[in-house]
Design a binder for this molecule. Structure first.
Ligand code: AMP
Length: 471
């Protein structure tokens, strides 16, 4: 039945106690847009009356006019931005999901992947549950609906003790919002204060945009109920080892966010510095692949003393409506996104810093572009180790086969990229750049060591393809 459960990178947001809840959620989602650009949605509760709007596209497209937002009345809201495949089948999977059971409503927005959703879904299906979507998230609301507990919060807790895997959630009932994080704490979820209201978001950059103050992280294993009675924490899940996703620091989170209690910017700079220490190179300039590698590149430049230059310009206006002229222009996909600055690159020995190599296609094309712009030498430095294993906890990665480093040595990848040299940051070096203990992180995409058994590691488990280029 369900061998193609949809997996997403996502951003979640929630607010309680503000008459402009939907509008503030809109801005919060806007700041979380980098976590998902395929679809967006907001659900509000206006004294028990639920309003919802969601659609395919970026936040500004889905909520293109004020009227849509003003219809979403109420003083509490949750929202979601999602990164997934396009196509009709995706429409049904746009979050938040809203269900009605015994005349009561429950909406949910999820960042992460559940690892036992397939089994749970089969069991629930056999018991008569009718699934509306192909998303793993839906099992949570079915489980909550089936719980024998009386209080709503206990039913949610019941569901969350049954599911396994990664979840940073915001949920909305008629009179409360709930924020929950799995006990490993894979993905971030932060609590903030906006005047007299409480806000919850995947990243703190969503607080900054509305002028909210970061208070603390939702703890791993915490289910935080926010209602007129104030905040109430529940800890229904068994305590376990932390497994904070290191890829949030490498690529996914914005550098202006505080994630797992630390400034992403600071960590990324340290990664760049460490990369320069581990793999020095004789070069005239250092350039970064914008935007995700910018901060690590600064760190590399600071440590190495090599001059930082802007050697690639990224076009930020690449939309999904881009017209492909029958592939008549070579390497068009990379060219629409990046253009080399010839005056900077010509005749120079260049270090190119990127945050990661996934399939290797982007780097290969960029090395070529940089050479064509006249660079004398191109040395590629990656501020993370080789990605050798897929992620099962919510970072959108291709299958193992498509991960170039899963089947090629660094020397072979260097050859494939046609780089003068290619070096990656070491696993040790990467993990020691955060203040938290190394053992608090999940680095399974780099190490192949999974904190929770993946659903099926034999290749049967289908992961959807990534976009291929930087988001
Ligand atoms: P490629 O090696 O061509 O598959 O793409 C590598 C580029 O994709 C790097 O420059 C990364 O910044 C970016 N990247 C890494 N992980 C992801 C991801 N999960 N989703 C989208 N882009 C990513």
């Amino acid at each position: 039945m369900m061998d193609t459960i949809v997996h997403d990178n996502c951003g979640v947001f929630g607010i309680f106690g503000n008459s402009r809840a939907a509008k503030l959620t809109y801005f919060g989602l806007y700041a979380l847009q980098h976590r998902g650009q395929e679809s967006a949605g907001i659900v509000t509760s206006d004294r028990g009356i639920i309003h919802m709007h969601k659609g395919m596209g970026e936040v500004s497209e889905v909520f293109a006019d004020e009227k849509t937002l003003s219809r979403l009345s109420g003083n509490m809201a949750i929202g979601h931005t999602r990164y997934s495949t396009t196509g009709a089948s995706s429409l049904i999977n746009i979050q938040p999901f809203l269900i009605t059971n015994r005349s009561r409503h429950l909406a949910i927005a999820h960042n992460g992947n559940l690892t036992n959703s397939l089994e749970l879904r089969q069991k629930l299906d056999a018991k008569g549950s009718i699934f509306q979507t192909t998303s793993d998230t839906e099992v949570i609301v079915h489980l909550a609906a089936r719980s024998r507990k009386r209080r709503r919060i206990d039913r949610i807790c019941d569901a969350l003790t049954t599911v396994k895997g990664a979840f940073s959630l915001t949920l909305l009932t008629e009179d409360s919002i709930v924020a929950a994080r799995d006990s490993h704490g894979f993905h971030p979820l932060a609590l903030g204060r906006f005047r007299k209201s409480w806000v919850v978001a995947s990243e703190t950059c969503a607080f900054d945009i509305i002028g909210a103050r970061y208070v603390r992280d939702i703890e791993p294993g915490e289910v935080l109920e926010i209602s007129a009675a104030g905040l109430r924490s529940h800890y229904p899940m068994k305590k376990t080892k932390h497994a904070f996703c290191i890829f949030e620091y490498i690529y996914f989170s914005r550098p202006d966010s505080i994630v797992f209690g630390e400034n992403v910017d600071k960590i990324r700079r340290r990664l760049g510095r460490q990369l320069a220490i581990e793999h020095p190179v004789d070069a005239d300039i250092v350039i970064g692949i914008p935007d995700s590698a910018n901060t690590a590149t600064l760190g590399f430049a600071e440590e190495s003393g090599i001059r930082f230059e802007i050697g690639l310009i990224r076009n930020h206006y690449v939309g999904r409506t881009f017209i492909d002229p029958h592939q008549s222009i070579r390497d068009l996909d990379v060219k629409v996104k990046f253009n080399p600055v010839k005056g900077v690159l010509k005749g120079r020995k260049v270090v190119v810093v990127d945050d990661s190599i996934v399939r290797g296609t982007t780097s290969r094309k960029l090395v070529k572009l940089i050479r064509e712009a006249g660079a004398k030498e191109v040395h590629v430095r990656i501020s993370s180790p080789p990605i050798v294993s897929p992620c099962f906890y919510g970072i959108d990665m291709p299958t193992r086969k498509e991960l170039i480093a899963s089947h090629r040595s660094v020397a072979k990848i260097e050859k494939y990229l046609k780089a003068d040299s290619l070096r990656y940051l070491s696993l040790e070096g990467m993990l020691s750049m955060a203040s938290l203990p190394k053992t608090d992180f999940c680095a399974s995409c780099f190490s192949g060591r999974y904190p929770i058994k993946p659903p099926a590691i034999n290749g049967k488990h289908r992961l959807k393809p990534r976009q291929g280029l930087k988001a």
